[in-house]
Each structure stands twice: as C-alpha cells, then as structure tokens.
Design a binder for this molecule. Sequence first.
Ligand code: SAM
Length: 382
Amino acid sequence: MRATWDGQPISAEPPFGATVVVFRFYGGATEVLLLHRAHHGPEYAGDWAWTPPAGARLPGEAVDACARRELLEETGLELPLELTECGSAEWPHYVAEARHGAEIRLDAEHDRFEWVTADEAPMRCLPDLMRLPLAAIERIHGSRAVGGGAFYDQAAVFETYMAHRARPESPNEAIEGPALLDVLGEVRGLRVLDLGCGDGRFGRLLLDRGAAGYVGIDGSRLMVERAAPGLNVRHARIEEFAAPAASFDVVVSRLALHYVENLAPVFDKVRAALTPVGRFVFSVEHPVITSSDRAWGGRGQRQEWVVDEYFVTGRRETDWLGARVVKFHRTVEDYVRLVQSSGFSLETLREPGPTRAAIASEDEFRRRQRIPLFLLIAAAAD
Ligand SMILES: C[S@@+](CC[C@H](N)C(=O)[O-])C[C@H]1O[C@@H](n2cnc3c(N)ncnc32)[C@H](O)[C@@H]1O
C-alpha cells in the first residue's frame, strides 16, 4: 500500500486526496495561506516548496473529512469548507475563509507559512500543477465583494470609475474637492503624503500650486500605472505605509480611509510621519451613506436613502460600479475619537454640500442638497 511521507496509508481508490485554499480579506485584498515544505530548508523556493494545505485521503475516509483533517493537521485551523468546481474527482479543491489574526500552527512537514496576496500566490506555487487550486480564489473574487485596491484593479470597475470622475458634475469634483482644498489652504513649500491617492491627479494639482514634494500611495496597480510619468506614486496598502518620522508637513487622504478596517494604527503612523506642526486632512464617504445601502439597488440614480444600523459599525458590502465592494462603516463620533486618540487635535469637521458655483444644473443641485455624501476632517499634530 502506498504511504505518505510520514507513513500514513493512502487510499488506492479516488479521490486520492484534497486541497484546501484558505483565504482571508485583509486591507481590502484577498490573501491566500501558503505553507512552505521543510524538506529542502526554509530558503528553498523550487517545485513543491509553497503549496496550499493539501494531503492524501486515508483508505475509507470521506473526502471532506480528509480535507478537514489535513487542514487541521497542517495549520491548526478548523474552518467551514466549501467544495469548488475547480478540482477533479481524483483530487477535489475546497476553499475556506479564515478570520484575520487566526493562529496558524504548522505540522512537522512545514517550516514556514505566509499570507500572500491572491495575485502573488500563483507565482509562488510550483510546479504549474500546484497553481490549479488557486483558480478557486479567482471564482471568489468574481462572486464576492472585494475592497480597497483589489476593487479598483478590476478592469471594468476601473474604467467606470475613471469615466465617473471625468464628469464635471461628479460629486468628487464639484463638492468634495473644492471643500478639501479650502480646508487644506496654502500648500506652497509643503511636503505632502497622500494615502489612497488613486492616479495621483491631486498630487499634480498640489505641485502646480507650489507644494515642495508629493508622495502618493495606492493599493491599486491600475491606478498607479495611470499616474502621470515623474509623479511619485507608489503601489502600497495604506495599512502598510512606512514613512520616516517627521518627514511630511501634510498628510491627505481623499475618500480612501473607509476601505480600511483598522484605522487606529494608520492614524498613529500618520502622526509620527508629520512634523510637530503638521496637519492631517482627510475625507471619507459620509457615515450616513456607509451605514446602509437599503433603498438602492446599486444601479441608476439613487433617489432614496435609508440610514440604518448606524451604531452597528464595521464591514459593509455594497454594489458599486458594477461590482461588489467592501467598505467599513464608522460613526462621525468614531472618526473624531480616532483622530483624538492618536494625539491629534481636531481642527475642522465639515460635511460639504453643493454650491451653485460648482453645480450648474438645478436638478443636480437640489439632489445634492438632500443628503451629505462626504465627511471631511482636518486635525493638527501638535
Ligand atoms: C475613491 S478612490 C479616490 C482616489 C483619490 N484619492 C482621489 O480622490 O482621486 C479610492 C482609492 O483608494 C485606494 N484604496 C482603497 N483602499 C486602499 C488601501 N487599503 N490601501 C491603499 N489604497 C487603497 C483605491 O485603490 C482607490 O484608488
């Protein structure tokens, strides 16, 4: 009878084993758990080095029991499994969602593990055969909501978003932008960091107005690729940005922070990156909007808004730009508390509304008078 590396018997009948692709949502991206086999040492990166949890079926064992057992033995995780159509009758593929922070306990066969973005995972898994189970994650991408950069990296979403932004009556251009510039004030001579900068168009404007420097970071590769040549726009997640202490005079973030689950460490890093007289100016989708998308199917022009579950903060999924997106709802008070807890003093809080100067159409002006779309906060580091 055939046996595994540790002497366990392997079923002579199909299915011979199962793979479990474990994923989690982190910082708006989908990450996959990969295990590193110990057989050639921790630095080995060739064939069979990195794989999702997988293993052989014992004679007579039910295949889903095999998948659950292998997952538990190799990672210490006990998760609900979903069978996908990506595998075969000989070797089925399951997916399982882990929560962020779940503890991984490796078995003796493995010496390392990593959470790798869904984009990077196929490059790690060799030979090609080992990439096949990762197709299950693409299906998840297609059917489930994604957040942050991954959302904007969907080609159709990206193009639709860009087309929205090009409209003169786009609320970003007509309402949020002018209000943010007003609160920001003079930028001449200032070094600016922009979190979730998109294609960096705001950087171009700030440099034209005399800013001494501009660094933008964005989690979407398509956004970064669209940035004007020569503009300092980098591909990075807001959750992971690193900046030398006191290296910026202003940190801005426009309509990106509601994609970030845990803002407290981000705000702490922002304060450390600012000079002692620096300022943090950011806009987010207004909490009355993020609270609930009831009364809206995600298509056509929204005519009614429902504010609901306002004090139930956290993850929200909604249809937008033709796909599902994950955002994080917080109350207005939460944003103020986050700012103050990181040692900032609150300078300005605004809920910008429409101005006749920016919105020519009477119908559009009245529509934009109905409900706030944006919350804008300026905070001082001193
Ligand atoms: C609504 S767009 C705004 C872009 C730009 N700030 C502007 O106002 O033109 C939101 C941007 O935030 C980025 N983003 C969302 N979550 C992010 C994250 N966790 N890390 C980095 N970028 C993120 C998206 O890729 C997208 O470019």
